[in-house]
Design a protein around this ligand. Structure first.
Ligand SMILES: [Zn+2]
Length: 163
Protein backbone atom coordinates (compact mmCIF):
# COMPACT_ATOMS: atom_id res chain seq x y z
CA UNK A 1 0.00 0.00 0.00
CA UNK A 2 1.52 3.30 -1.12
CA UNK A 3 0.82 6.10 1.33
CA UNK A 4 3.39 8.83 0.69
CA UNK A 5 2.47 11.66 -1.66
CA UNK A 6 5.58 11.11 -3.79
CA UNK A 7 4.80 7.39 -3.92
CA UNK A 8 1.32 8.17 -5.22
CA UNK A 9 2.79 10.55 -7.81
CA UNK A 10 5.09 7.75 -8.91
CA UNK A 11 2.11 5.46 -9.42
CA UNK A 12 0.46 8.18 -11.51
CA UNK A 13 3.57 8.43 -13.73
CA UNK A 14 3.52 4.65 -14.10
CA UNK A 15 -0.15 4.66 -15.07
CA UNK A 16 0.47 7.48 -17.58
CA UNK A 17 3.24 5.43 -19.20
CA UNK A 18 0.60 2.83 -20.08
CA UNK A 19 -1.59 5.24 -22.05
CA UNK A 20 -0.86 4.86 -25.76
CA UNK A 21 -0.80 7.83 -28.11
CA UNK A 22 -4.32 7.69 -29.62
CA UNK A 23 -2.86 8.17 -33.11
CA UNK A 24 0.32 6.12 -32.81
CA UNK A 25 -0.43 3.24 -30.41
CA UNK A 26 3.18 1.96 -30.37
CA UNK A 27 4.34 4.92 -28.28
CA UNK A 28 2.91 6.15 -24.99
CA UNK A 29 1.84 9.69 -24.26
CA UNK A 30 4.75 9.83 -21.80
CA UNK A 31 7.21 8.93 -24.56
CA UNK A 32 5.60 11.55 -26.73
CA UNK A 33 6.71 14.01 -24.06
CA UNK A 34 3.48 15.89 -23.43
CA UNK A 35 3.31 15.25 -19.66
CA UNK A 36 5.45 17.82 -17.87
CA UNK A 37 4.64 17.25 -14.21
CA UNK A 38 2.42 15.47 -11.71
CA UNK A 39 1.40 16.96 -8.35
CA UNK A 40 -0.60 15.29 -5.64
CA UNK A 41 -1.25 17.19 -2.41
CA UNK A 42 -3.31 14.51 -0.68
CA UNK A 43 -6.60 15.77 -2.08
CA UNK A 44 -6.18 16.99 -5.60
CA UNK A 45 -4.21 15.48 -8.42
CA UNK A 46 -2.86 17.92 -10.96
CA UNK A 47 -1.32 16.79 -14.23
CA UNK A 48 0.58 19.39 -16.24
CA UNK A 49 0.78 18.90 -19.96
CA UNK A 50 2.19 20.75 -22.95
CA UNK A 51 0.34 20.53 -26.25
CA UNK A 52 2.22 19.08 -29.19
CA UNK A 53 2.07 21.49 -32.08
CA UNK A 54 -0.47 24.33 -31.99
CA UNK A 55 -3.98 23.27 -32.84
CA UNK A 56 -3.22 19.56 -32.66
CA UNK A 57 -6.64 17.91 -32.80
CA UNK A 58 -5.35 14.98 -30.75
CA UNK A 59 -4.88 17.13 -27.64
CA UNK A 60 -8.53 16.73 -26.60
CA UNK A 61 -8.09 13.00 -26.97
CA UNK A 62 -4.95 13.03 -24.82
CA UNK A 63 -6.76 14.92 -22.06
CA UNK A 64 -9.78 12.60 -22.25
CA UNK A 65 -7.52 9.52 -22.03
CA UNK A 66 -5.61 10.94 -19.07
CA UNK A 67 -8.82 11.82 -17.23
CA UNK A 68 -10.37 8.41 -17.88
CA UNK A 69 -7.24 6.59 -16.68
CA UNK A 70 -7.03 8.68 -13.51
CA UNK A 71 -10.73 8.24 -12.72
CA UNK A 72 -10.16 4.49 -13.03
CA UNK A 73 -7.42 4.86 -10.41
CA UNK A 74 -9.87 6.58 -8.08
CA UNK A 75 -8.69 10.17 -8.59
CA UNK A 76 -11.93 12.11 -8.79
CA UNK A 77 -10.46 15.44 -7.78
CA UNK A 78 -8.40 15.94 -10.90
CA UNK A 79 -7.12 18.94 -12.78
CA UNK A 80 -5.30 18.90 -16.10
CA UNK A 81 -3.33 22.11 -16.60
CA UNK A 82 -1.89 23.12 -19.95
CA UNK A 83 1.38 25.04 -20.13
CA UNK A 84 2.94 26.31 -23.35
CA UNK A 85 6.48 26.92 -22.20
CA UNK A 86 8.96 25.36 -22.65
CA UNK A 87 7.48 24.37 -25.99
CA UNK A 88 7.03 20.75 -26.89
CA UNK A 89 9.46 19.28 -29.37
CA UNK A 90 9.75 15.88 -31.02
CA UNK A 91 13.30 15.81 -29.58
CA UNK A 92 11.62 14.68 -26.33
CA UNK A 93 10.77 11.32 -27.89
CA UNK A 94 13.31 8.73 -26.66
CA UNK A 95 15.43 6.74 -29.13
CA UNK A 96 13.72 3.39 -28.43
CA UNK A 97 10.31 4.93 -29.14
CA UNK A 98 11.72 6.29 -32.43
CA UNK A 99 12.75 2.72 -33.31
CA UNK A 100 9.24 1.47 -32.53
CA UNK A 101 7.82 4.18 -34.79
CA UNK A 102 9.98 2.93 -37.63
CA UNK A 103 8.88 -0.69 -37.10
CA UNK A 104 5.30 0.55 -37.12
CA UNK A 105 5.97 1.99 -40.60
CA UNK A 106 6.26 5.66 -39.68
CA UNK A 107 9.50 7.52 -40.44
CA UNK A 108 10.56 9.20 -37.17
CA UNK A 109 11.19 12.97 -36.98
CA UNK A 110 14.51 14.18 -38.39
CA UNK A 111 16.00 17.43 -37.15
CA UNK A 112 16.83 19.59 -40.13
CA UNK A 113 19.24 22.48 -40.39
CA UNK A 114 18.44 25.72 -38.54
CA UNK A 115 19.01 27.50 -41.83
CA UNK A 116 15.55 27.99 -43.38
CA UNK A 117 17.08 27.99 -46.87
CA UNK A 118 18.90 24.69 -46.44
CA UNK A 119 17.41 21.69 -48.24
CA UNK A 120 15.15 19.56 -46.04
CA UNK A 121 16.80 16.51 -44.42
CA UNK A 122 16.59 13.16 -46.22
CA UNK A 123 13.71 11.09 -44.91
CA UNK A 124 14.54 7.40 -44.87
CA UNK A 125 11.94 4.83 -45.84
CA UNK A 126 10.88 2.94 -42.67
CA UNK A 127 10.29 -0.22 -44.75
CA UNK A 128 13.60 -0.64 -46.61
CA UNK A 129 15.80 2.16 -45.23
CA UNK A 130 16.27 3.84 -48.60
CA UNK A 131 16.83 7.59 -48.64
CA UNK A 132 15.36 7.84 -52.14
CA UNK A 133 11.98 9.05 -51.03
CA UNK A 134 9.55 11.64 -52.31
CA UNK A 135 7.22 13.94 -50.48
CA UNK A 136 3.69 13.33 -51.77
CA UNK A 137 1.70 15.56 -49.47
CA UNK A 138 2.54 17.86 -46.55
CA UNK A 139 -0.40 16.38 -44.68
CA UNK A 140 -0.99 12.71 -44.03
CA UNK A 141 -3.82 11.21 -41.97
CA UNK A 142 -3.09 13.93 -39.42
CA UNK A 143 -1.48 17.35 -39.75
CA UNK A 144 1.60 16.31 -37.76
CA UNK A 145 2.55 13.74 -40.39
CA UNK A 146 3.28 14.07 -44.07
CA UNK A 147 2.97 11.50 -46.79
CA UNK A 148 5.95 10.04 -48.67
CA UNK A 149 6.61 7.29 -51.15
CA UNK A 150 9.78 5.27 -51.47
CA UNK A 151 11.40 5.17 -54.90
CA UNK A 152 13.08 1.84 -54.14
CA UNK A 153 10.48 -0.39 -52.50
CA UNK A 154 7.60 1.74 -53.90
CA UNK A 155 5.80 1.67 -50.57
CA UNK A 156 4.00 4.75 -49.30
CA UNK A 157 4.72 5.81 -45.72
CA UNK A 158 4.04 8.56 -43.23
CA UNK A 159 6.71 10.83 -41.83
CA UNK A 160 6.28 12.22 -38.33
CA UNK A 161 7.30 15.85 -38.84
CA UNK A 162 10.00 17.37 -36.69
CA UNK A 163 8.74 20.05 -34.34
ZN1 LIG B 1 11.46 1.69 -49.20
Amino acid sequence: MVTTLSGIEELVWERLSLIPDPEIPVISILELGIVRDVHYDGEMLEIIITPTYTGCPAMNLFVAEIKAAMHDQGFDNLKVTTVYSPAWTTDLIPADAMERLKKYGIAPPVKGSDDPFAPPPAIHCPHCGSEHTNLVSQFGATACKSLYTCNDCKEPFEYFKHF
